[in-house]
Design a protein around this ligand. Structure first.
Ligand code: CA
Length: 238
């Protein structure tokens, strides 16, 4: 079974409990999955452990502040969209925030409808970064055999017709697209797709491979594209 992971995950970093709870409540009503952390250290820790689709980041936090959190993430190459909550009394916050790598900001005390709209825009804008594979640059569509995967829309032509893949499925296919004919270890997939370098159990990887074979292989026991490399991982043959 592959979990359906299309529900966007949002990390709210805010030390003022009432604001954090109110935000979480309203974001959850929009069917987002929300997690709250009260300071910068915990924010960095969570982002290292898991992939979020968006971070709502308060600037004034105990310990390391929002600018520093944002700056560190960007220096580490983490491009998760960040919506900053800045203080009205500190107009320079906006400049610092954008310079430290935030994608957008909302001034506190914020208007809830405006914040929700900005969240929506950032989530929609989020695209697969990195190189575009395939010839059709606009759609980022990558073809192999009788099938294709569109890394922009997550749509794919599968044995059951055109349908949307899960986020993990798309991420694994992207790695295959970038490294055709190369052996890719389960560990590599855990690091790049799941952000779990020390995960003791590679079954999550195997589950996604099973799903991808169902989508793209006529005969999962004699795969044409997604080959197993015994004891190591997989090799994708376009
Ligand atoms: Ca605060």
């Amino acid at each position: 079974m592959v979990e359906e992971e299309r529900q966007p995950r949002i990390l709210v970093v805010e030390d003022e409990e009432a604001i954090a709870e109110g935000l979480a409540f309203n974001l959850e009503r929009k069917l987002y999955e929300v997690e709250i952390v009260p300071d910068g250290h915990q924010a960095l820790e969570r982002v290292e452990q898991e992939r979020f689709d968006l971070i709502v980041l308060d600037v004034r936090l105990p310990g390391i502040d929002g600018f520093e959190v944002c700056g560190r993430l960007r220096r580490d190459g983490n491009l998760t969209p960040i919506l900053m909550l800045t203080a009205r009394s500190q107009p320079d916050d906006v400049i610092f925030g954008l310079k430290s790598g935030a994608d957008d900001y909302v001034v506190k005390p914020f208007n809830l409808a405006e914040l929700l709209a900005r969240v929506e825009v950032l989530l929609r804008r989020q695209r697969w970064t990195g190189s575009v594979v395939g010839e059709d640059e606009d759609s980022a569509r990558w073809s192999f055999g009788d099938y294709w995967v569109d890394f922009g829309s997550w749509q794919a032509k599968t044995r059951d017709g055109v349908r949307e893949l899960s986020r993990k499925e798309v991420a694994v296919m992207k790695i295959f697209a970038e490294k055709p004919n190369q052996v890719i270890s389960r560990r590599q997939l855990l690091v790049h797709v799941w952000d779990l370098p020390n995960h003791p159990n590679t079954r999550v990887v195997d589950n996604v491979i099973v799903a991808l074979r169902k989508a793209f292989e006529e005969n999962a026991w004699r795969p044409r594209h997604i080959h197993s490399v015994r004891g190591v991982g997989y090799r994708f043959v376009p």
